[in-house]
Design a protein around this ligand. Sequence first.
Ligand code: DX5
Ligand code: ZN
Length: 215
Amino acid sequence: MKIAPSILSADFAALADDIARVEAGGADQLHVDVMDGRFVPNLTVGPVVVEAIRKRTRLPLDVHLMIVEPERYVGDFVSAGADLVTVHAEAGPHLQRSLAQIRDLGARAGVALNPATPPSVLQYVLDDLDLVLVMSVNPGFGGQKLIPSALGKIREVRTMLGARPAEVSVDGGVKVEHVSTLVAHGAGTLVAGSAIFGAPDPAAVIARMREAAGT
Ligand code: DX5
Ligand code: ZN
């Protein structure tokens, strides 16, 4: 089981310190939420910030693009140092093209599914992806409550992927109390923002998540 702290809930004025804290605490990768004010009703960061973070951590950077027309920016994010780029299935009509573009640039390719999006949209891109990000909240904000229908979706996606090495990740409202259930349903990566960075000791939360997962 991998833990990916989402920097959305970190202190952006002391980002390097917050990142160092979770890196020392055993995080597996860093989740960077990119929002454009169009696909989701919020704005966050772009490639400039990814590039700055790249210089301060050895952790893989998992960049979650909540933006329309992601193909226009994929190259910039990979050049900035993204190891994994995830696009939303709902963000455009050419999902396969975006995934191929990410892989051609040398990064790993992910697809995110909003809570209302059925896993069937993945049927013809199963061999084009390295990760499926099951959204357990409607994207746009940290600190929301996990929507329980994500559990069944995680299981369904895991079954669809079969023996492929692709990962299933879950994003939104993840807290220590959900970890064992999420893992039992097939989640291999847990993204958590407020549960980790909102706590006085983020490293302790990561340790408790690992213990809850039994890994
Ligand atoms: C939501 C983002 C999430 C968010 C998770 O739009 O995609 O990555 O940071 O934050 P929490 O864990 O607080 O729900
Ligand atoms: Zn995210």
